[in-house]
Design a protein around this ligand. Structure first.
Ligand SMILES: [Zn+2]
Ligand SMILES: [Zn+2]
Length: 347
Protein backbone atom coordinates (compact mmCIF):
# COMPACT_ATOMS: atom_id res chain seq x y z
CA UNK A 1 0.00 0.00 0.00
CA UNK A 2 1.37 3.42 -0.91
CA UNK A 3 1.77 6.15 1.69
CA UNK A 4 -1.02 8.23 0.13
CA UNK A 5 -3.44 5.29 0.09
CA UNK A 6 -2.69 4.65 3.76
CA UNK A 7 -3.39 8.25 4.70
CA UNK A 8 -6.77 7.98 2.97
CA UNK A 9 -7.86 4.98 4.96
CA UNK A 10 -6.17 5.16 8.34
CA UNK A 11 -8.00 6.48 11.33
CA UNK A 12 -8.27 5.52 14.97
CA UNK A 13 -9.48 1.94 15.40
CA UNK A 14 -11.08 2.64 18.76
CA UNK A 15 -13.36 5.42 19.95
CA UNK A 16 -14.47 6.73 23.30
CA UNK A 17 -18.24 6.55 23.29
CA UNK A 18 -21.17 7.20 25.61
CA UNK A 19 -22.89 3.81 25.68
CA UNK A 20 -26.45 2.90 26.72
CA UNK A 21 -26.29 -0.73 27.87
CA UNK A 22 -30.03 -1.28 27.93
CA UNK A 23 -33.40 0.48 27.89
CA UNK A 24 -33.63 3.43 30.31
CA UNK A 25 -30.14 2.70 31.67
CA UNK A 26 -27.73 5.50 32.57
CA UNK A 27 -25.28 6.15 29.73
CA UNK A 28 -21.65 5.30 30.51
CA UNK A 29 -18.32 6.22 28.91
CA UNK A 30 -16.48 3.30 27.32
CA UNK A 31 -13.83 2.51 24.74
CA UNK A 32 -15.33 0.73 21.73
CA UNK A 33 -13.62 -1.16 18.89
CA UNK A 34 -14.50 0.45 15.59
CA UNK A 35 -13.24 -2.34 13.31
CA UNK A 36 -12.10 -1.67 9.76
CA UNK A 37 -13.52 1.38 8.01
CA UNK A 38 -15.99 0.40 5.26
CA UNK A 39 -14.70 1.01 1.73
CA UNK A 40 -17.37 3.66 1.03
CA UNK A 41 -17.46 5.08 4.56
CA UNK A 42 -15.87 8.09 6.15
CA UNK A 43 -14.88 8.59 9.76
CA UNK A 44 -15.76 11.86 11.44
CA UNK A 45 -14.29 13.33 14.62
CA UNK A 46 -17.32 14.64 16.51
CA UNK A 47 -17.27 18.29 17.60
CA UNK A 48 -20.94 18.77 18.52
CA UNK A 49 -23.99 16.51 18.52
CA UNK A 50 -27.59 17.60 19.02
CA UNK A 51 -29.90 15.68 21.34
CA UNK A 52 -33.15 14.84 19.55
CA UNK A 53 -36.33 13.43 21.02
CA UNK A 54 -35.73 10.29 18.94
CA UNK A 55 -32.58 9.65 21.01
CA UNK A 56 -34.82 9.48 24.09
CA UNK A 57 -37.30 7.22 22.26
CA UNK A 58 -34.50 4.83 21.26
CA UNK A 59 -32.93 4.90 24.73
CA UNK A 60 -36.31 3.99 26.22
CA UNK A 61 -37.01 1.50 23.39
CA UNK A 62 -40.37 3.20 22.83
CA UNK A 63 -40.58 1.94 19.25
CA UNK A 64 -39.34 -1.60 20.01
CA UNK A 65 -36.53 -1.33 17.44
CA UNK A 66 -33.59 -0.30 19.65
CA UNK A 67 -30.41 -2.39 19.66
CA UNK A 68 -28.24 -2.40 22.80
CA UNK A 69 -25.55 -1.55 23.59
CA UNK A 70 -26.41 1.70 21.79
CA UNK A 71 -24.40 4.81 21.08
CA UNK A 72 -27.03 7.52 20.53
CA UNK A 73 -26.72 10.95 18.90
CA UNK A 74 -27.73 11.63 15.30
CA UNK A 75 -27.24 15.37 14.83
CA UNK A 76 -23.50 15.28 14.38
CA UNK A 77 -21.15 18.01 13.29
CA UNK A 78 -17.46 17.25 12.96
CA UNK A 79 -14.44 16.90 10.72
CA UNK A 80 -13.61 14.01 8.41
CA UNK A 81 -10.57 12.14 9.78
CA UNK A 82 -10.46 9.11 7.48
CA UNK A 83 -11.89 8.26 4.08
CA UNK A 84 -12.49 4.73 2.77
CA UNK A 85 -10.89 3.88 -0.58
CA UNK A 86 -14.30 3.91 -2.34
CA UNK A 87 -15.66 7.06 -0.67
CA UNK A 88 -16.32 9.96 -3.01
CA UNK A 89 -16.39 13.73 -2.78
CA UNK A 90 -14.99 14.16 0.73
CA UNK A 91 -11.50 14.76 2.03
CA UNK A 92 -9.80 14.57 5.41
CA UNK A 93 -10.27 17.76 7.38
CA UNK A 94 -13.58 18.69 5.75
CA UNK A 95 -16.43 19.67 8.07
CA UNK A 96 -19.58 17.59 7.63
CA UNK A 97 -22.89 16.79 9.29
CA UNK A 98 -24.51 13.39 9.83
CA UNK A 99 -28.20 13.10 10.65
CA UNK A 100 -30.75 10.32 11.27
CA UNK A 101 -29.42 8.20 8.39
CA UNK A 102 -25.81 7.04 8.13
CA UNK A 103 -26.11 5.02 4.94
CA UNK A 104 -28.35 3.57 2.26
CA UNK A 105 -27.79 0.87 -0.37
CA UNK A 106 -27.33 3.41 -3.24
CA UNK A 107 -28.82 1.02 -5.81
CA UNK A 108 -32.53 0.64 -5.07
CA UNK A 109 -35.27 2.54 -6.89
CA UNK A 110 -35.55 5.09 -4.07
CA UNK A 111 -31.81 5.78 -3.89
CA UNK A 112 -31.52 6.03 -7.67
CA UNK A 113 -34.51 8.42 -7.69
CA UNK A 114 -32.86 10.73 -5.19
CA UNK A 115 -35.09 9.56 -2.33
CA UNK A 116 -32.28 7.90 -0.38
CA UNK A 117 -34.08 8.61 2.91
CA UNK A 118 -36.85 6.22 1.75
CA UNK A 119 -34.41 3.40 0.98
CA UNK A 120 -35.73 0.11 2.46
CA UNK A 121 -32.19 -0.65 3.58
CA UNK A 122 -31.40 2.81 5.00
CA UNK A 123 -29.10 2.54 8.02
CA UNK A 124 -30.28 4.66 10.94
CA UNK A 125 -27.31 6.28 12.66
CA UNK A 126 -28.32 5.07 16.14
CA UNK A 127 -29.95 1.66 15.54
CA UNK A 128 -27.49 -1.13 14.82
CA UNK A 129 -24.87 1.56 14.18
CA UNK A 130 -22.90 3.81 16.53
CA UNK A 131 -24.06 7.41 16.75
CA UNK A 132 -22.46 10.72 17.56
CA UNK A 133 -22.16 10.80 21.36
CA UNK A 134 -18.59 9.61 20.90
CA UNK A 135 -15.19 10.81 19.75
CA UNK A 136 -15.87 9.43 16.26
CA UNK A 137 -18.81 8.45 14.10
CA UNK A 138 -18.89 6.73 10.73
CA UNK A 139 -21.19 7.20 7.75
CA UNK A 140 -21.46 6.36 4.08
CA UNK A 141 -19.85 9.21 2.12
CA UNK A 142 -23.21 10.25 0.60
CA UNK A 143 -24.68 10.75 4.07
CA UNK A 144 -21.84 12.90 5.44
CA UNK A 145 -23.10 16.25 4.22
CA UNK A 146 -20.55 19.06 3.75
CA UNK A 147 -21.43 22.10 5.86
CA UNK A 148 -21.70 25.39 3.95
CA UNK A 149 -19.70 28.42 5.05
CA UNK A 150 -21.67 30.86 7.15
CA UNK A 151 -23.36 28.26 9.32
CA UNK A 152 -22.72 28.50 13.06
CA UNK A 153 -20.99 25.14 13.53
CA UNK A 154 -21.75 24.84 17.25
CA UNK A 155 -25.49 25.17 16.65
CA UNK A 156 -25.79 23.42 13.27
CA UNK A 157 -26.31 19.90 14.68
CA UNK A 158 -30.09 20.14 15.26
CA UNK A 159 -30.57 21.12 11.62
CA UNK A 160 -29.35 17.66 10.53
CA UNK A 161 -32.41 15.85 11.93
CA UNK A 162 -34.95 18.29 13.37
CA UNK A 163 -34.24 20.97 10.79
CA UNK A 164 -34.62 18.81 7.69
CA UNK A 165 -37.71 17.13 9.17
CA UNK A 166 -39.62 20.43 9.20
CA UNK A 167 -37.93 22.01 6.15
CA UNK A 168 -38.74 19.12 3.78
CA UNK A 169 -42.56 19.49 3.92
CA UNK A 170 -42.30 23.25 3.29
CA UNK A 171 -40.39 22.74 0.05
CA UNK A 172 -42.55 19.78 -0.96
CA UNK A 173 -45.98 21.23 -0.32
CA UNK A 174 -46.20 25.04 -0.15
CA UNK A 175 -45.26 28.14 -2.04
CA UNK A 176 -43.81 31.13 -0.18
CA UNK A 177 -47.09 32.97 -0.86
CA UNK A 178 -49.14 30.46 1.15
CA UNK A 179 -50.24 30.05 4.75
CA UNK A 180 -48.54 27.59 7.07
CA UNK A 181 -49.54 26.45 10.54
CA UNK A 182 -47.10 24.85 12.98
CA UNK A 183 -48.53 22.77 15.82
CA UNK A 184 -46.35 22.47 18.93
CA UNK A 185 -43.58 24.96 19.63
CA UNK A 186 -40.72 22.80 20.84
CA UNK A 187 -37.49 21.47 19.36
CA UNK A 188 -39.03 20.82 15.93
CA UNK A 189 -41.75 23.46 16.00
CA UNK A 190 -39.54 26.45 16.73
CA UNK A 191 -37.32 25.51 13.77
CA UNK A 192 -40.45 25.09 11.61
CA UNK A 193 -41.54 28.64 12.49
CA UNK A 194 -38.12 30.05 11.59
CA UNK A 195 -37.93 28.15 8.30
CA UNK A 196 -41.52 28.96 7.28
CA UNK A 197 -41.02 32.66 8.04
CA UNK A 198 -37.70 32.78 6.15
CA UNK A 199 -39.36 30.92 3.25
CA UNK A 200 -41.84 33.79 3.05
CA UNK A 201 -45.04 32.15 4.26
CA UNK A 202 -47.73 33.64 6.47
CA UNK A 203 -47.12 31.63 9.64
CA UNK A 204 -49.52 30.61 12.40
CA UNK A 205 -48.20 28.95 15.56
CA UNK A 206 -50.44 26.63 17.58
CA UNK A 207 -49.32 26.06 21.15
CA UNK A 208 -50.99 24.94 24.35
CA UNK A 209 -48.55 27.03 26.38
CA UNK A 210 -49.39 30.72 26.72
CA UNK A 211 -45.86 31.25 28.01
CA UNK A 212 -44.60 30.56 24.49
CA UNK A 213 -46.81 33.10 22.63
CA UNK A 214 -44.23 35.89 22.56
CA UNK A 215 -41.35 33.54 21.78
CA UNK A 216 -43.32 32.04 18.90
CA UNK A 217 -43.68 35.54 17.44
CA UNK A 218 -39.95 36.02 17.94
CA UNK A 219 -39.31 32.85 15.91
CA UNK A 220 -41.33 34.34 13.04
CA UNK A 221 -44.99 33.50 13.68
CA UNK A 222 -47.36 36.15 12.30
CA UNK A 223 -50.20 34.74 14.40
CA UNK A 224 -50.34 32.63 17.54
CA UNK A 225 -53.33 30.47 18.44
CA UNK A 226 -53.93 28.65 21.70
CA UNK A 227 -54.47 25.02 20.74
CA UNK A 228 -56.42 24.61 24.01
CA UNK A 229 -58.98 27.24 22.97
CA UNK A 230 -61.52 25.73 20.52
CA UNK A 231 -62.96 29.17 19.68
CA UNK A 232 -59.51 30.50 18.75
CA UNK A 233 -58.82 27.45 16.57
CA UNK A 234 -62.23 27.86 14.86
CA UNK A 235 -61.32 31.45 13.97
CA UNK A 236 -58.67 30.22 11.54
CA UNK A 237 -60.90 27.48 10.09
CA UNK A 238 -60.47 26.90 6.37
CA UNK A 239 -57.43 29.19 6.01
CA UNK A 240 -54.20 27.17 6.12
CA UNK A 241 -52.52 25.54 3.12
CA UNK A 242 -50.19 23.38 5.19
CA UNK A 243 -50.30 22.49 8.88
CA UNK A 244 -47.15 20.80 10.17
CA UNK A 245 -47.79 18.88 13.39
CA UNK A 246 -44.66 18.42 15.51
CA UNK A 247 -46.35 17.22 18.69
CA UNK A 248 -46.17 13.69 20.09
CA UNK A 249 -49.37 14.01 22.12
CA UNK A 250 -53.07 13.65 21.41
CA UNK A 251 -54.64 16.73 19.80
CA UNK A 252 -58.10 17.85 18.70
CA UNK A 253 -57.41 16.47 15.21
CA UNK A 254 -60.90 17.35 13.92
CA UNK A 255 -60.31 20.99 14.77
CA UNK A 256 -56.84 20.99 13.20
CA UNK A 257 -58.11 19.41 9.99
CA UNK A 258 -60.82 22.08 10.11
CA UNK A 259 -58.13 24.81 9.84
CA UNK A 260 -57.13 23.57 6.38
CA UNK A 261 -58.04 25.55 3.27
CA UNK A 262 -59.30 23.62 0.26
CA UNK A 263 -56.34 21.61 -1.10
CA UNK A 264 -54.77 21.99 2.35
CA UNK A 265 -52.65 19.36 4.01
CA UNK A 266 -52.14 18.23 7.60
CA UNK A 267 -48.58 16.93 7.68
CA UNK A 268 -47.38 14.90 10.64
CA UNK A 269 -43.71 14.82 11.65
CA UNK A 270 -44.17 14.18 15.39
CA UNK A 271 -44.63 10.56 16.41
CA UNK A 272 -48.08 10.47 17.98
CA UNK A 273 -48.43 7.14 19.78
CA UNK A 274 -52.13 6.72 19.09
CA UNK A 275 -53.78 6.59 15.65
CA UNK A 276 -55.12 9.90 14.34
CA UNK A 277 -58.85 9.68 13.61
CA UNK A 278 -59.48 11.25 10.22
CA UNK A 279 -63.00 12.31 9.19
CA UNK A 280 -63.18 11.75 5.45
CA UNK A 281 -65.84 14.31 4.52
CA UNK A 282 -63.54 17.36 4.88
CA UNK A 283 -60.87 15.48 2.89
CA UNK A 284 -63.23 14.67 0.04
CA UNK A 285 -65.17 17.94 -0.06
CA UNK A 286 -62.11 20.18 0.16
CA UNK A 287 -59.65 17.86 -1.61
CA UNK A 288 -57.54 17.89 1.58
CA UNK A 289 -54.76 15.50 2.59
CA UNK A 290 -53.22 14.00 5.70
CA UNK A 291 -49.60 12.90 5.30
CA UNK A 292 -46.27 12.38 7.00
CA UNK A 293 -42.57 12.31 6.20
CA UNK A 294 -39.31 11.35 7.87
CA UNK A 295 -36.16 13.43 7.32
CA UNK A 296 -34.82 14.02 3.81
CA UNK A 297 -32.36 12.91 1.16
CA UNK A 298 -28.72 14.03 1.19
CA UNK A 299 -29.50 16.69 -1.44
CA UNK A 300 -32.52 17.89 0.56
CA UNK A 301 -30.29 18.18 3.65
CA UNK A 302 -27.61 20.07 1.70
CA UNK A 303 -30.30 22.40 0.28
CA UNK A 304 -31.70 23.00 3.77
CA UNK A 305 -28.21 23.80 5.13
CA UNK A 306 -27.61 26.30 2.30
CA UNK A 307 -31.00 27.91 2.99
CA UNK A 308 -30.27 28.06 6.73
CA UNK A 309 -26.87 29.67 6.13
CA UNK A 310 -28.31 32.20 3.66
CA UNK A 311 -31.26 33.18 5.86
CA UNK A 312 -29.50 32.81 9.23
CA UNK A 313 -31.92 30.14 10.42
CA UNK A 314 -30.50 28.46 13.51
CA UNK A 315 -32.06 26.54 16.36
CA UNK A 316 -32.24 28.11 19.80
CA UNK A 317 -29.96 25.88 21.84
CA UNK A 318 -28.74 24.93 25.28
CA UNK A 319 -25.23 23.49 25.36
CA UNK A 320 -23.97 20.77 27.69
CA UNK A 321 -20.50 19.22 27.75
CA UNK A 322 -20.85 15.62 26.57
CA UNK A 323 -19.91 14.29 30.03
CA UNK A 324 -23.22 15.74 31.27
CA UNK A 325 -25.09 13.50 28.82
CA UNK A 326 -27.35 11.92 31.46
CA UNK A 327 -28.34 15.35 32.79
CA UNK A 328 -29.03 16.47 29.22
CA UNK A 329 -31.34 13.49 28.58
CA UNK A 330 -33.16 14.19 31.86
CA UNK A 331 -33.62 17.84 30.90
CA UNK A 332 -35.03 16.95 27.49
CA UNK A 333 -37.39 14.39 29.05
CA UNK A 334 -38.55 16.99 31.59
CA UNK A 335 -39.81 19.17 28.72
CA UNK A 336 -37.81 22.14 30.00
CA UNK A 337 -35.24 22.36 27.18
CA UNK A 338 -35.48 25.66 25.25
CA UNK A 339 -35.51 24.57 22.58
CA UNK A 340 -32.85 22.16 21.41
CA UNK A 341 -29.96 20.64 23.35
CA UNK A 342 -26.48 20.31 21.85
CA UNK A 343 -23.71 18.27 23.49
CA UNK A 344 -20.17 19.54 22.92
CA UNK A 345 -17.47 16.87 22.62
CA UNK A 346 -15.13 17.09 25.65
CA UNK A 347 -13.16 13.83 25.57
ZN1 LIG B 1 -33.79 13.16 15.36
ZN1 LIG C 1 -31.66 2.34 -1.51
Amino acid sequence: MSASARSRTEGPTTARAWVAKGPKQPIVLETVELGPLGAEDVQVAVEHCGLCHSDVSVLNNEWGISQFPAVLGHEVVGRVTAVGPGAKGLSVGQRVGVGWTAGSDMHCRQCLSGNHHLCPRAQPTIIGHRGGFATHVRAHWAWAIPLPDGLNVADAGPLLCGGITVFAPLTMYVKPTERVGVVGIGGLGHMALKFAAAYGCDVTAFTSSEGKFEEARGFGANHVVSSKDPAAVRKVAGTLDLVISTVNAKMDWDALIGTLAPNGRLHVVGVVPEPIPVPVFPLIAGQRSVSGSPTGSPVAIATMLDFAARHHVAPQTEHFPMNKINEAFARLESGKARYRIVLDADF
